[in-house]
Design a protein. Structure first.
Length: 157
């Protein structure tokens, strides 16, 4: 295993075909938020993946024993933000209508990593614009976020 410079520690190689992941620490344990798709990426070449479906989502995995704690479907490109007694997950909504998929960013909340709130919309992009790969931080009063888009020229129309 590759040695990392201090203070980093390589816990293990994940060996997964999951997509974007967020590591986080919650109530004394290390976890991963792993995004997943309703297909096996090994069946496709890069950039030839099928469209996202409502079966795509994210799961929470405890790193110590590799146990999947929970799954949330209908959202993709999610990231986690942990506070002492609550975890927030932000992600892009997968819609049945491909023109609207990845058009809205929502937030989920949990106190136990098992029971998640209903999605709370935090941003809706302009028509024809997709938003994804979110990242959020807490400034002491509110969440501040960034995202990627495939159509920056349409972002505010």
């Amino acid at each position: 295993m590759r040695t990392l410079p201090e203070p980093f520690q390589n816990h293990r190689i994940l060996g997964t075909h999951r997509f974007e992941m967020t590591p986080f620490h919650f109530k004394g344990e290390l976890y991963l938020l792993e995004n997943f798709c309703d297909y096996d990426v090994a069946d496709y070449t890069f950039d030839e993946y099928p469209p996202h479906t409502k079966e795509d989502g994210f799961l929470i995995r405890r790193l110590s024993d590799d146990k999947v704690i929970s799954r949330v479907c209908g959202v993709y490109f999610a990231t986690a933000y942990a506070m002492p007694n609550r975890v927030y997950a932000f992600g892009s909504v997968v819609e049945e209508d491909s023109e609207k998929t990845l058009h809205r960013i929502v937030r989920f909340e949990t106190e136990d990593l098992i029971n998640w709130s209903e999605p709370i919309e935090v941003y809706e992009a302009a028509p024809g614009c997709r938003v994804f790969n979110t990242s959020f931080a807490w400034d002491g009063e509110k969440f501040v976020g960034v995202y990627e888009t495939d159509t920056p020229e349409n972002l505010y129309k």
